[in-house]
Design a protein around this ligand. Structure first.
Ligand code: CA
Length: 225
């Protein structure tokens, strides 16, 4: 679903220019021109980011931002023509995420919108499902949040062995014993290299999961943060 960007700007031409650029960048923009409409709209609609002009009819942008922060963490980028306002904006700690001085290029606005959204997503609490590990033994398939890790049989066995005993530290010898039934001569490095690939695959699917930990000088363990 496209992110909803609320544009609050009373200069019609500027608002429609921003609207077009954001739409082209695959956002779902919505324009409001009066300061009085903003908070009621935000309370009733999904909004992912607000571009907020300061000088607005009805209600001042700073005032809106202050009240907004009492009930919402939606990212806000302040648009202002008054460079002398910037110190005040920052000093007041309105809870805005960024500001852009007028005149600006619409391209710059789009780039800043993307950057602020990326930061907001990175900072958001992660849904629990994202790190739920599921091991399907018969088919050697491991998933995190429903996404297949694409493990080899050896990586799957290692992960399964570690995950069956969370928090317990296993030496490389113990892990070798679990993956190779017959007494094959394999070096410690073999385990390290399998674990490295396993961790890489986990990180690709769930960058924050961090399930397999190395314990310096001892071995490895499975642990959820
Ligand atoms: Ca204005």
């Amino acid at each position: 679903m496209n992110e909803v960007i609320l544009i609050v700007e009373d200069e019609q031409k500027l608002a429609s220019l921003l609207h077009d650029y954001l739409q082209q960048a695959n956002f779902a923009p919505h324009c409001l021109t009066s300061g009085l409409e903003v908070l009621p709209w935000v309370r009733q609609h999904r909004v992912d980011l607000i571009l907020l002009d300061l000088m607005l009819p009805g209600r001042d942008g700073m005032d809106i931002c202050k009240e907004l922060r009492t009930f919402s963490n939606v990212p806000v980028i302040i648009l202002t023509a008054r460079v002398e306002e910037i110190d005040r904006i920052l000093g007041l700690e309105l809870g805005a995420d960024d500001y852009i001085c007028k005149p600006f290029s619409p391209r710059e606005v789009v780039a800043r919108v993307k950057a602020v959204l990326r930061r907001a997503i990175a900072a958001a609490p992660r849904p629990q499902e994202e790190t739920v590990l599921h091991l399907d033994d018969p088919c050697y398939k491991a998933t995190i949040g429903g996404r297949d890790l694409g493990l080899t049989a050896v990586e799957f066995k290692l992960l399964g062995y570690l995950a069956a005993h969370p928090g317990r530290i296993f030496s490389r010898e113990q892990l070798m014993g679990c993956i190779y039934a017959e007494q094959r001569i394999v070096s410690d490095r073999t385990i390290d290299s399998h674990i490295k690939k396993l961790r890489k695959k986990i990180a690709e699917i769930a960058p924050h999961a961090d399930l397999v930990h190395s314990v310096y000088g001892v071995g490895y363990k499975f642990e959820k943060k």
